[in-house]
Write a protein that binds this ligand. Structure first.
Ligand SMILES: C[S@@+](CC[C@H](N)C(=O)[O-])C[C@H]1O[C@@H](n2cnc3c(N)ncnc32)[C@H](O)[C@@H]1O
Length: 274
């Protein structure tokens, strides 16, 4: 890859994903994109970039694949379990104390393949059943920048290794084992119906289209953004969080900007207090 080709990709990745790609990542980028060149029968990066940035439908699709290849999608059910304990023990009781008859709106921003959103749905379903609240009063928006990840989230089918963090009580209620004898499980329709998946770029997306949220999980994605984008995304997330709403971020996301109208209520959990 020539220097100018690398700089062009660097600019695109930073504008779309908010990620800086230092020169020492050049080989990694080449290795990941070489697979695409092979798949498309192309012999050099110049042709690949010309095709990808040609403004045609196929080029647009290729840019989506490129975005997917350069981002990290690692996720798990019940990742950082203390967050889900806090959701169950503090956030849901607090919400229903304040808003007895309202619906609960939650957002898994950067949901990857859906495990985070379905974990939120399991916790809500457990709480709602115990308190006799109908589950249709819970909506979970789950968004990501990666179309292949969203497709997997929509299918909601996971291998047996992926579902091991789900305890027996919850897995017997919310997972369906494959009838074909394969070691895969599908999330039950009752939960799938509560999760609304869509494409949303946290850096360039239009937050005016997002309905006000009671709870936002934006975990393990801010870490990839440069400081400017990270601060801007936090401000935009707060703009769609209802007063007293909760923001969960990942444990390695670093410090949030000073002076924001938020209270740190648990480890990497913040309550919006404008
Ligand atoms: C490491 S995963 C985190 C998944 C989940 N939140 C968790 O904590 O397990 C990061 C996800 O962020 C998505 N992502 C990266 N940049 C994004 C952006 N600018 N807007 C929306 N999603 C983005 C990636 O596609 C990826 O699926």
């Amino acid at each position: 890859m020539s220097k100018s080709e690398f700089v062009r990709l660097q600019g695109f990745i930073e504008s779309q994903l908010g990620i800086k790609t230092p020169v020492n990542k050049l080989t990694m980028l080449e290795t990941r994109l070489n697979k695409r060149l092979n798949a498309l029968g192309m012999s050099n990066f110049g042709d690949y970039l010309k095709f990808s940035f040609s403004n045609c439908h196929e080029g647009e699709k290729e840019l989506q694949i490129l975005i997917d290849l350069v981002s990290t999608h690692k996720t798990d059910f019940f990742r950082d379990p203390s967050h889900f304990d806090f959701l169950y023990d503090r956030v849901l009781p607090d919400f229903f104390r304040r808003k007895n008859s309202a619906s609960l709106n939650m957002w898994s921003a950067a949901c990857s393949t859906g495990e985070e959103a379905y974990t939120m749905a399991m916790i809500a379903a457990k709480y709602f059943r115990l308190h006799d609240i109908p589950l249709y009063r819970c909506q979970i928006m789950a968004t990501d920048i990666s179309i292949p990840s969203l497709q997997k989230a929509r299918a909601a089918i996971y291998p047996s290794e992926a579902v091991t963090p789900i305890d027996k009580n919850l897995s017997s209620r919310f997972l369906l084992k494959s009838k074909k004898g394969e070691a895969v499980y599908r999330i039950v329709p009752e939960l799938r119906q509560r999760v609304y998946l869509s494409l949303f770029n946290l850096i360039t997306g239009d937050y005016r289209k997002i309905q006000p949220m009671d709870v936002i999980f934006c975990r393990n994605v801010l870490i990839y953004f440069n400081k400017e984008n990270k601060d801007a995304v936090i401000e935009k997330l707060l703009s769609v969080l209802k007063p007293k709403g909760y923001l969960f971020i990942g444990p390695s996301e670093g410090m949030l900007p000073k002076g924001l109208p938020i209270k740190n209520v648990s480890s990497t959990v913040y309550q919006y207090d404008p």
